[in-house]
Write a protein that binds this ligand. Structure first.
Ligand code: AMP
Ligand code: FE
Ligand code: FE
Ligand code: ZN
Length: 291
């Protein structure tokens, strides 16, 4: 079986509709595809319906924005993207009140941060209006990729990736604090909403400093973390092997996925990394059991 458990549609920062994404998953020969948009479950209905029609098993998921706090900081303090951590939640109930309230707060933080980013971009000599960014996002959960698209549309750079490399990357010149839960809370929210929590690309883009093996162990023991994404395009071979060994030692799932963001975006194709049959069968059983 070909199993890809982490993808994005245009309800967040991907470029395909959920229906297109599932059709493309079928063309790519995937049997199972996880739809894990940032901080929203809005694509689930469409993806599940098309999956049923086309014979692709769609796993409803979400990629929650979170952060690793620094010692001594007040809980709930807004954080910059330097400390960003993403947690995948499979099979969560999006109507569970605590999760639903947190998603609303994260969405508010996402919207509030855009004007602050635009102020900083203007200081760098890159003025953009809020309307230009909103035009890129449409109804999607708004994020840095839409700011990047607006910078491209203005002709400041040629591509989304360049905008990240020059200005928008986590450790780049734009520093804006926004509301996200800390990682412990993010895992608790997913588990509390009946889902399975899996760390997304834990060691990508400097994540190895943020999420040590010791810290991941604590998330498993104290919060019920169910897995980590070992095979991800942003991990090198050494990181993948170490993460697989860590997952084995902790008795949690080591998943693999593409983190596909759509045909309109440079990046990795569907199925670029995949999850093994054994790991999927284990996760699937747990998903059915918690229901
Ligand atoms: P946000 O959720 O608004 O903080 O934006 C984060 C998203 O931006 C990630 O999920 C990626 O899709 C994208 N992203 C982050 N860093 C980069 C990068 N260095 N190059 C390209 N895209 C990136
Ligand atoms: Fe993304
Ligand atoms: Fe992510
Ligand atoms: Zn993702």
């Amino acid at each position: 079986m070909r199993i890809d458990l982490h993808t994005h549609s245009l309800v967040s920062d991907g470029t395909d509709t959920p229906a297109e994404l599932v059709a493309l998953a079928r063309e790519a020969g995937l049997d199972v595809v996880g739809l894990t948009d940032h901080d929203t479950c809005a694509g689930w209905g469409e993806a599940l319906a098309v999956g049923e029609r086309l014979g692709v098993a769609v796993v409803p998921g979400i990629e929650l924005s979170a952060h690793e706090p620094v010692a001594g900081e007040a809980p709930g303090a807004p954080a910059t993207d330097r400390r960003a951590v993403h947690v995948l939640g499979y099979g969560v109930d999006p109507t569970e009140p605590t999760l639903a309230a947190e998603l609303a707060a994260i969405g508010g933080g996402r919207r509030d941060r855009i004007p602050k980013m635009l102020d900083q971009l203007a200081l760098l000599g890159l003025p953009l209006t809020l309307e230009e960014v909103r035009a890129q996002a449409g109804d999607a959960v708004i994020g840095r990729p839409h700011v990047a698209d607006a910078l491209v549309a203005r002709g400041y750079v040629g591509h989304r990736d360049e905008a990240f490399a020059r200005w928008l990357r986590d450790d780049g010149p734009i520093r804006v604090r926004r509301f996200t839960p800390d990682v412990d809370r993010a895992v608790d929210l997913i588990v509390g909403a009946g889902g399975l929590a899996v760390l997304a690309h834990p060691w990508a883009r400097g994540g190895q400093q943020r999420l040590t093996a010791r810290r991941i162990e604590e998330l498993v023991a104290e919060h019920g973390l169910a897995g980590l994404e070992a095979d991800h395009p942003d991990h090198d071979a050494g990181q993948r092997a170490s993460l697989r060994r860590l997952a084995d030692r902790l008795g949690i799932a080591a998943t693999g996925s593409s983190d596909y963001h759509g045909l309109g975006k440079r990046g990795h194709p569907l199925g670029a990394c995949t999850t093994s049959d054994e790991v999927w069968s284990h996760l699937r059983t747990r998903l059915l059991l918690v229901r």
